[in-house]
Design a protein around this ligand. Sequence first.
Ligand code: IFM
Length: 470
Amino acid sequence: MTETNLRFPPGFLWGSATAAYQIEGAAREDGRTPSIWDTFSHTPGKVLGGDTGDVAVDHYHRWRDDVRLMADLGLSAYRFSVSWTRVQPTGRGPAVQRGLDFYRALVDALLEHGIQPMVTLYHWDLPQELETGGGWPERETALRFAEYAGLVGAALGDRVELWTTLNEPWCSAFLGYGAGVHAPGRTDPVAALRAAHHLNLAHGLGAAALREHLPARARIGVSLNPSAVRPLTASPADHDARRRIDALANRIFTGPMLHGAYDDDLFADTAPLTDWSFNRDGDAAAAHHPLGFLGVNYYAPAVVSAGPGTPTGEPSPWPGADGHVTFHQAPGELTAMDWPVDPTGLTDLLLGYAAEAPGLPLYVTENGAAYDDKPGEDGRVHDPDRIRYVHSHLSALHRAIEAGADVRGYFLWSLLDNFEWAYGYSKRFGAVYVDYETQARTPKSSARWYAGVAAGGELPLEVALEPGGF
Ligand code: IFM
């Protein structure tokens, strides 16, 4: 170790993350039925280029190679999600054994290679049949999720110690039912609020059902994508705009999940839309299942001011905020998603949760960046921008640890280039390049760099470029 390296705590997990619909493919194999993302991606005009997850990066058939790839990179953890319709095609009733077998084999291979699995139960692929029955705006979907959580727990609970119930429920509720840019593509602000509530309930009921199958040492968390939201100026009006978005992006989930109650300002801000009568007595308490950790997914901060917003004619993902909040581009270099690079938001969020929930372990369950990666003439894929991005965010994470946050691991999004939702295959987030014609995998220079950091458990203060260039 040099004096300048940042040392991470012993046992810190160096992971990467993926999600079922983004990588598996095999959409119609072994009893799998359509999820809302199959339906959405097959609807003309919804996904760039008409791309779908039908084949994705064929992980369902190439998983053994992908596990070997992770082992070669020296990863100590891997976060993946279970495809609900692969194990419970209609969203109710008994599990399909072939579906469960796939995940058991994957988990066993990971464990054989010393890679700790973190299983996400729900990464946006609701069974289409449940959406046809009303989807997340309906209470029944939360009950169905709890049943599904129990099935997966019964199959994997003896071998998986880290679980997250939901991935980024904000996206499921507000992009899926408010803005309509994600599946199922509905644009109803009240449905979006109802969906958020039932996702909270699903988290709590699902965690309770899962817990019945787990040994005491196993930990159940949730992966949120909290907004590091900042006011444009110090004015009281801009602070109030920040408060509104903090309520809709963050506290709508952390209120019930961490504290067992919604905040009154959320009810007041959305009162013109709904009386929240779908929030029955005991629901917020049910969502308050004791958490074993909180997963934080972070990409970029947001900047807001008071104001009417920029009229775009597009449906909003912010129910009740229209006319009150204007979003501004945060400063910083942009990634291929046009998201600014600003790692300070990660430090702020981690320290915020360390203060809000003392003693609750934290994981960064996603962080990463898309760039326009291409193989060079030497056949290698050089992605120095991603190395700089990850380096700066790991430094930010380390700052949070030094200031007292109990952060136990980092999961790079993503292991592989994959289906980036409404952007299809046009955005590459992988540390490993995928040639979508041949499905060949080529670790980018960021993968080799990250492997070095993981192997040593420490981060150099400056990014040292490989001879020949990263
Ligand atoms: O690809 C997504 C992932 O599925 C959820 N979090 C954000 C990533 C990048 O957009």
